[in-house]
Design a protein around this ligand. Structure first.
Ligand code: B12
Length: 601
């Protein structure tokens, strides 16, 4: 097996410190750690019904007990804009699942992305569709509703408000706090100060590590690098790098989550086995494979059954402490309601019972060989990355530098540099993966199919028009854009990449600078209408009147909503002058028409 130490291919130049850290000086890591430790004298894990009822000091102790008993644990995700509704959900889901004999053990809380802004600034910042807890007491009011372990997963760590949010979560009795994966990839709208985000995150990590009880630092790999890497060995390499930062450099305990984008049962299970081989403590949860959900509820139940069965079998064979996560079948459309969450959990409970006997039908040799490949490749990836960082002059013993470097390098470049597959320019990640991570490959094949699905005459028209498209996303959801880019490229459309999580003004400027013919925005975080209105204003301000295509999840929570659920804003987007596309084919049809008009001129 080849070892590409310390990284770099013909296409990907090696790292250099000055390029990653252009600033003459970076904040002092030791001082930030000291800040977290000092805070830990007054901020500690508070009481919660879960800790009291289970008689444990932290969730990891409970998890270890369940692992020893061979029990598969359940995780549900909740978070409505309205905290009162979330409190009701906390109590009702527990009540209903307990009555059915399979109580949910833990809840993941979906805070809104606006919770990531410093508290004093939140009121004047944009909001998404998630939960907003105004005061620290609101965190504790939530966790007091039922004996279920609170997991504050999103928009706590990894944001400018990391210290305040971590303190509130700890005091509300949470002993699993995230999301380090988000730190690496998420950008809050109009927030450009990644040094301040890293400072807050490091201080919060130190606050967690200094707790007298074990508190897991949660990292969802799909929120971080896994979603955009093409090789599961690279993903495992990232696990080892994060372990190095949190455990060796800060003295905490990390717990990884995976699952959203792991669509093949074999590699889903193999990754779980490989992860179990390197983990130092229990995992948080294995997330539902939500990328295989579509609009049909019956089809989504089949998807739910397929990934849950793999997760149950993996936990039975190699208990890793990951609670399984039955995602309600309505999730592809909108934030699921309380009944739907409870129903999905009942499904999972029954499936655990029905999973008996399946293990005997598995090909363990294939499973173990795939896990070994991921494990071995991951270890080499880690070794190469550490050597490459050191060679570039990044201090691998300094957690601030390691965190900021990871964020600035990003998943694609990290994989091109240190991936262990052979370089292959025709592959999406620039390398032939050891064990393919399904999503990027699938998107590439789907782009081929979408472009190929267009009549030859229409393809020729689009190609002849010589279009230049300015493509961007409003938030972290990038798959729609990857599919769009791949489809347009195959149709001969020139691409102007206006980036991911790009503010409307940035997109308008990119369109102007590149003399684009149209703008295409993929948006998922429930800000579609505000975003498109701002983009149209910015374009007009630059004297541009370009077609603006928009697709993704086109909804928003109305200001006067009492249901706290988002509603579709397609009609309002049309009224604001955008071309609403439910599918990429809608856009292609319009492009053919525009090309025809151009040709006739
Ligand atoms: C994958 C995913 C993620 C991944 C994204 C990985 C990545 N790097 O891209 C991760 C795990 C990171 C993630 C994070 C979050 N997610 Co998410 N995610 C999804 C999921 C499962 C799939 C979306 C997707 O990418 N689909 C793949 C694309 C290719 O398919 P598609 O959506 O059907 O798109 C078609 C068309 O819409 C079109 N299209 C798309 N864009 C465009 C643009 C143009 C111009 C055109 C022409 C066409 C077009 O192309 C496709 C084929 O035709 C959806 C649920 C679902 N099943 O849809 C939730 C979902 C979008 N996420 C959601 C949320 C809330 C979040 C988080 C806020 C959760 C949290 N608390 O952390 C964060 C986002 C944080 C932020 N900064 O905004 C919500 C959005 C809620 C809403 N608006 O009502 C959803 C709907 C889940 C839910 N029901 O709660 N997510």
């Amino acid at each position: 097996m080849k070892m590409t130490l310390p990284g770099g291919t013909a296409e990907e130049p090696r790292l250099a410190r000055a390029e990653i850290f252009p600033e003459p000086e970076l904040p002092d890591a030791a001082a930030l750690i000291a800040r977290g430790r000092t805070l830990a004298r007054t901020v500690t894990v508070g009481p919660s019904p879960f800790l009291a009822e289970q008689g444990v000091s932290c969730e990891n102790d409970y998890k270890r007990r369940a692992m020893a008993e061979g029990r598969v644990m359940l995780h549900a995700q909740i978070g409505f804009r309205d905290p009162a509704r979330s409190r009701r959900a906390w109590a009702e889901i527990h009540e209903r699942t307990a009555k059915a004999g399979q109580a949910v053990e833990r809840y993941g809380i979906c805070l809104d992305f606006s919770m990531g802004y410093p508290p004093a600034e939140r009121a004047r910042r944009p909001r998404g569709t998630g939960m907003i807890l105004e005061r620290p007491e609101d965190f504790a009011a939530l966790t007091a509703m039922a004996p279920v372990a609170p997991h504050f997963g999103d928009f706590v760590l990894g944001t400018p408000a990391a210290v305040e949010n971590t303190a509130a979560a700890l005091q509300a009795g949470a002993t699993a706090i995230g999301n380090l994966g988000q730190f690496c990839t998420f950008r809050l709208p109009h927030w450009n100060d990644d040094v301040a985000t890293t400072e807050a995150t490091l201080a919060a990590l130190a606050l967690i590590a200094a707790q007298p009880v074990e508190v897991a630092v949660h990292s969802n790999l799909d929120d971080g690098f896994a979603a955009l890497m093409t090789d599961l060995a690279s993903v495992l390499g990232v696990v080892l790098i994060e372990q190095h930062i949190v455990e060796r450099l800060i003295g905490g305990r990390i717990a990884h989550c995976y699952g959203h984008s792991f669509s093949r049962p074999l590699t889903r299970m193999a990754f779980q086995h490989a992860l179990a081989g390197v983990a130092t403590g229990p995992g948080t949860m294995v997330y539902g494979n939500t990328t295989i959900y579509g609009e049909g509820m019956g089809a989504n139940y089949a998807a739910l059954g397929s990934y849950l069965l793999a997760d149950i079998l993996a936990q039975r064979r190699r208990p890793s402490g990951h609670a399984i996560n039955a995602v309600p079948v309505t999730e592809a459309e909108r934030i699921p309601d309380i009944d739907e969450v409870a129903e999905a959990q009942r499904f999972a409970g029954r499936l655990i019972e029905r999973a008996d006997g399946w293990d005997a039908m598995l090909d363990h040799a294939e499973l173990d060989a795939t896990a070994a490949l991921i494990l071995e490749g991951g270890r080499r990836f880690h070794a190469c990355a550490m050597a490459g960082f050191a060679e570039a002059g990044i201090d691998t013993g300094n957690p601030f530098e390691m965190l900021l470097a990871l964020r600035r390098i990003g998943p694609r470049r990290l994989e091109r540099l240190y991936g262990q597959g052979d370089p292959d320019a025709d592959r999406p990640g620039g390398r032939r993966p050891l064990v393919e991570a399904t999503t990027i490959g699938e998107l590439d094949r789907l782009a081929e199919k979408t472009a190929g699905g267009l009549a030859a005459r229409d393809r020729a028209r689009i190609a002849a028009a010589g279009f230049r498209a300015c493509v961007a996303t409003s938030d972290v959801h990038e798959f729609g854009k990857i599919l769009l880019d791949g489809t347009l490229r195959r149709l001969g459309v020139g691409l102007v990449d206006a980036g991911v999580s790009s503010d409307p003004e940035m997109v308008a400027r990119a369109a102007k600078a590149a003399n684009a013919d149209f703008v295409a925005v993929s948006t998922y975080n429930g800000v579609a209408l505000d975003y498109i209105s701002a983009l149209k204003r910015s374009l007009a301000g630059l004297g541009l009147d370009l077609p603006v295509f928009v697709g993704g999840r086109l909804n928003q929570i109305p200001d006067a909503s009492n249901s706290s659920l988002p509603v579709d804003v397609g009609a309002e987007l049309e009224a604001a002058g955008a071309i609403v596309c439910r599918r990429i084919e809608d856009m292609l049809k319009r492009l053919v028409a525009i090309a025809e008009r151009r040709a006739a001129r």
